[in-house]
Design a protein around this ligand. Structure first.
Ligand code: SAH
Length: 433
């Protein structure tokens, strides 16, 4: 698909003239339209040899997390149990404890012989996530977890109750290599890929908490039938840069209990910065997950700066891949758009976005603008309400279903990845004294 003619882009000339490496930080007001250019404050974006924002696709080599039942196929589970000197059918019993009762506690596994329980659990269900911190909203309907992995790496997940559904926002990598300047996770780069079981364990731990009545927001005596119904890969990391482990985790999520978690693929959202070859692969998997593209700008000029991977795959290529996902799967795709004051929230950008989406067809996409969660001390702020409303209105008027996403959990952390950042800062200052 070719680039749309620029006739509708009324971007003021002054906005495009910020010199490389020395972005204008103030507002540039020309034709009544302010344009703030992306810039970082309080931290320096890592650059590659050519001076472009560093992109890390490969996971740095670190000690691998222990192999866990959730990393293995059913056959591999049986083989591993046999390796431990026990009959293969124990694998299914363990899977039932883990995927149906959400437990890794040998004490509760009374159907297993007492003398081998500890050994079996140590070999098949090693501890993967240690809870470091937990933050809750006043109503208790949103809970943010900070987890420590076996090698000290930190990741987050956020559990949210909505009417009729419970959503867990999961991490797929410790850190992230995509270096988006407005995202707290990207600032420290990629620590490592998470294993399949580390991804799954976030859900199992959330389910356990829910079953124990630990998620607020609903009056009921018995929570044992409740569990996470929706997963969004919108925690730390770029899921499509950890493709195999993320897809193995998705397969475990949708496999019927006790082989897996028995979830609906439609309730699982894979969100990406736009790794085009991986989006194409995802479309051919035959698993109808919901696909979300983090676009944040409809023009390459701005998106090159907001989403550094745009230097590899441009707006039109990412949108073509998203459209292909729709064509292959019949699943309507989502466009994520963080509204950032005077940076990407202009009416002309709403129009250009609508035009690019409508060029490809009707009814294939919806847009989810979300007010930016500012990172501390940055120049980035969320758009004013009237600007936000106008942006949404223009898209809806152009026939693109558009719904503003809420910023649940704002009071318990601010931006995604921020809890890890503060904890690392605290650890660093504790180490200095
Ligand atoms: N790497 C994936 C998934 C993780 S981020 C992706 O980029 O899609 C999940 C979503 O949160 C993305 O749409 C991302 O752009 C958005 N996001 C990151 N930082 C944000 C912030 N400070 N405010 C609002 N949304 C943010």
């Amino acid at each position: 698909m070719t680039e749309t003619p620029r006739t509708r882009e009324t971007r003021p000339a002054a906005s495009a003239s910020a010199p490389q490496g020395k972005p204008a930080q103030g507002k540039v007001r020309t034709t009544g339209t302010a344009q703030v250019r992306p810039a970082t404050e309080g931290w320096t974006q890592q650059k590659d040899a050519e001076g472009r924002p560093l992109l890390q696709f490969a996971s740095p080599k670190r000690g691998k997390p222990p192999v866990h039942l959730a990393d293995l196929t059913p056959d591999e589970r049986i083989a591993k149990v046999k390796e431990l000197g026990l009959p293969g059918f124990r694998a299914k019993q363990l899977s039932t404890h883990y995927f149906r009762h959400y437990t890794s506690d040998p004490e509760q596994m009374t159907d297993l012989p007492a003398d081998t329980r500890e050994q079996l659990v140590a070999g098949m269900l090693p501890p993967l996530l240690t809870e470091v911190r937990r933050l809750e909203t006043d109503r208790g309907d949103t809970i943010k977890f900070l987890w420590r992995l076996h090698d000290g790496a930190l990741v987050e997940s956020v559990l949210m109750r909505y009417p009729g559904r419970i959503t867990l926002c999961v991490s797929s990598q410790a850190g992230c290599g995509m270096n988006c300047p407005f995202c707290a996770t990207g600032q420290a780069g990629l620590t490592r890929n998470m294993s399949t079981a580390e991804i799954i364990e976030q859900i199992v731990r959330a389910n356990r908490l829910i079953a124990e009545g630990g998620l607020g927001g609903k009056k009921a005596d018995d929570h044992s039938m409740e569990r996470v119904s929706n997963i969004v890969f919108m925690g730390m990391g770029e899921p499509l840069a950890n493709y195999k482990r993320v897809m193995d985790a998705v397969r475990s999520m949708v496999a019927p209990q006790p082989e897996g978690l028995g979830m609906s693929a439609r309730g699982i959202t894979v969100s990406t910065v736009g790794l085009v070859p991986a989006i194409k692969k995802l479309a051919d998997e035959g698993i109808p997950v919901t696909f979300a593209l983090s676009l944040h700008a409809p023009d390459d000029h701005l998106r090159d700066e907001l989403i550094p991977v745009n230097s590899r795959w441009k707006v039109d290529e990412a949108l073509d891949a998203a459209y292909n996902y729709y064509e292959k799967t019949g699943r309507r795709v989502s466009i994520e758009y963080a509204l950032i004051k005077d940076m990407n929230d202009h009416a002309w950008r709403a129009d250009l976005l609508a035009e690019k989406l409508n060029q490809r067809g009707r009814g294939w996409v919806h847009v989810n603008p979300i007010p930016l969660n500012p990172t501390p001390g940055s120049i980035w702020t969320s758009s004013d309400k009237d600007v936000t409303d106008e942006f949404v209105r223009r898209l809806n008027d152009a026939g693109i279903p558009t719904t503003l996403r809420d910023t649940r959990g704002k009071e318990i952390d601010g931006a995604c990845g921020q809890l890890v950042a503060t904890t690392e800062d605290e650890a660093a200052s504790a180490a200095m004294v």
